[in-house]
Design a protein around this ligand. Structure first.
Ligand code: AMP
Ligand code: GLY
Length: 433
């Protein structure tokens, strides 16, 4: 099959690696891709939001199906765009339509959806400029800390955890009156703080049937010991030791099934991946957020644990035949370490030469996924973003997976490279207790 994948991060390199390893893949194109995807597939210089350009490409290259990596084209309605075009409507595009994508695109929408479906989540209320005074009074009635969330997409920065009433009130005013997060904070969700350990559960669905992919834990903060600024994600571990059978059964019965049934009942067509950010509160799962795509870097830890054919999975999603797909996972553990440019998530340099990539062997039991990279005219791999590489170690247990990941990380370098050295340590400490 000829396949078009949209995106350019580590997640997309992992998707590309899995797709080209399937016998079912004839040709893979990635728009726009990175230096890593360019080594295993053909990069196409088209933006993920250039719907007309992508449509022309799909028709010209006789693409059999399209996979969407990031949320932005989904929230902007790429799936609806394909469905509305007579010449494209029969080409499966894997991702939810614009309404379904609101599960990520609008916190208010997703909270109301969860309330309608009876899905456990933090209690909340939404406020606008017009209801600011009520919002300020609402804050006084909450326990500390108080969570404020910009309604729209805010590049992962739109959540504030406020430790005093004054801070919460000042932040609410900044968000609603001074557009702290641009139009994303025209509405603000104020919610109860949930205390516990987080994990991410991934569901693949054709809108009716679903499978639950291996779960993962992400490390969001830049600094060791979960300190410092939030990032896109600095590492991941799969499986998550505390997510035992009993906990995952609660996730399935209380969250996954009501979500899929809710989408169906409310006539929200949904194909593709659903990422459920969860908090384990004393053994009970609560939804922190939905994302309408796979996570990055969780994908780099999750996909290597899928044994059954990945192209078959994608095609089954796109053609709504997921019930005919035999899903199998590997018994392995994975650990992903993200290597970033010094300064990230604040300002950082681009264009540094990445050394050591050629010295990595398959015996290292690791996979090296590119994120922000670019090939120079002289074929050198250069840094081209904040998150530059994601290295996944594979092992029989988390210790071995981590050792294999860090062994490879040590071989790769560039000026001012930085990474967290404590990925997985919190989970291993929990396991010992
Ligand atoms: P989000 O952008 O929704 O993923 O939120 C970013 C981060 O804020 C999450 O990964 C959590 O660590 C934290 N967070 C969000 N909502 C809550 C909540 N209700 N209680 C505690 N922490 C939260
Ligand atoms: N790693 C978190 C995310 O992809 O949103």
């Amino acid at each position: 099959m000829n396949i078009l994948l949209l995106g350019s991060g580590g997640r997309e390199h992992a998707f590309a690696w899995k797709i080209v390893n399937s016998k079912k893949c004839n040709q893979l194109y990635v728009a726009p891709g990175n230096a890593g995807t360019g080594q295993i597939a053909e990069n196409i210089p088209l933006s993920v939001t250039d719907f007309e350009g992508l449509a022309d490409f799909v028709l010209h290259k006789k693409i059999d199906f399209v996979v969407v990596g990031p949320e932005e084209p989904l929230v902007r309605g790429i799936v609806d765009f394909f469905a509305a075009r007579e010449d494209l409507k029969n080409i499966p595009i894997i991702g939810p339509g614009q309404i379904g994508a609101q599960l990520e695109g609008s916190k208010d929408f997703s909270k109301k959806f969860m309330e309608r479906c009876g899905i456990p989540t933090a209690a909340s209320q939404t406020f606008t400029k017009e209801t600011l005074e009520e919002g300020l009074k609402f804050i006084d009635l909450q326990e500390l800390p108080i969570v404020l969330k910009a309604d729209g997409l805010a590049a992962g920065k739109g959540v504030l955890i406020c430790n005093s009433y004054d801070e919460a009130k000042a932040s609410l005013k900044e968000m609603l009156l001074e557009s702290k997060f641009g139009s994303a904070s025209e509405k603000v969700v104020i919610e109860q703080f949930l205390s516990g350990v987080e994990l991410s559960v991934f569901v693949a669905t054709d809108g009716i049937h679903y499978i639950i992919l291996p779960e993962a834990k992400d490390y969001k903060r830049i600094g060791e010991g979960d300190t410092g600024l939030n990032t896109g994600g600095m590492g991941a571990i799969s499986p998550v030791p505390f997510a035992d059978k009993e906990f995952l059964e609660k996730v399935e019965s209380r969250i996954v099934i009501p979500t899929i049934k809710g989408l169906e009942k409310q006539n929200i067509p949904y194909t593709g991946f659903l990422f459920i950010g969860l908090m384990n509160v004393n053994g009970d799962p609560y939804v922190i957020e939905y994302n309408v795509r796979m996570g990055d870097p969780e994908t780099q830890a999750v996909l290597p644990r899928i044994k059954s054919d990945f192209v078959d999975l994608l095609y089954a999603l796109g053609t709504k035949k997921l019930h005919q797909y035999q899903f199998e996972t590997e018994n392995s553990c994975t650990a992903t370490v993200v290597m970033v440019a010094g300064g990230y998530p604040e300002s950082y340099r681009k264009g540094d030469t990445i050394e050591g990539l050629k010295g990595i062997e398959s015996a290292d039991k690791s996979l090296t996924f590119h994120a922000g990279t670019q090939l120079s005219n002289s074929n050198k791999v250069l840094t081209n973003g904040g998150r530059v590489m994601a290295v996944t170690g594979i092992g029989n247990d988390p210790y071995e997976a981590l050792k294999n990941a860090y062994n490879t990380v040590e071989k790769i370098s560039w000026v001012n490279v930085s990474f967290r050295k404590d990925i997985g340590q919190d989970l291993l400490a929990l396991k010992k207790d």
